[in-house]
Design a protein. Structure first.
Ligand SMILES: [Cu+2]
Length: 158
């Protein structure tokens, strides 16, 4: 079979790129251990209530970390625990949330905090609460007949 010179160059280039890309992905995944963000922390969804930190939902002051507080939320059909929480203005907070049953959302209205809570996984988001006021937390993943009743409130106070 006769192949044109340019066709050979193009094929070599294409296969070369494929080998380079697969090597980069392979080294990143298997040697460096990189994974998609949502797969980093797992949890047994049946033992959420007895697993730290979800055994004590709410706001907790922490020492020696890059953030000042940890705000722990447990979602289940059709509520969040805690139902209402106060956060001091200017606090650097790591929001840690999971679900006990089905997929729920965690959207803090008026901010860019928007996470999907999946059974078996822990969702985290670190942010600084620098706007005072009352913020509604809503579920934005349809989770059943009581979905529209599912909310919590975060009050950022001075
Ligand atoms: Cu929902």
């Amino acid at each position: 079979m006769h192949m044109h010179k340019f066709e050979k160059i193009w094929l070599t280039f294409g296969i070369g790129c494929l080998v380079v890309f697969l090597t980069v992905v392979g080294v990143s995944a298997f040697y460096l251990g990189n994974k998609p963000a949502s797969c980093l922390t797992t949890i047994n969804p049946e033992k959420v209530d007895t697993t730290k930190p979800f055994d004590k939902p709410g706001l907790h002051k922490v020492e020696g970390k890059e953030w000042d507080y940890e705000l722990v939320f447990v979602a289940s059909a059709f509520s969040y625990n805690p139902a209402k929480v106060e956060v001091p203005l200017g606090a650097k907070v790591k929001v840690i949330a999971t679900t006990k049953d089905v997929v729920h959302g965690f959207e803090m209205a008026g901010t860019n905090i928007n996470m999907m809570l999946e059974p078996g996984y822990v969702s985290e988001y670190t942010t600084t609460f620098d706007k005072a006021g009352e913020f509604l937390v809503v579920c934005n993943e349809y989770c059943g007949t009581g979905h529209h009743l599912m909310f919590s409130k975060i009050e950022v106070v001075k």
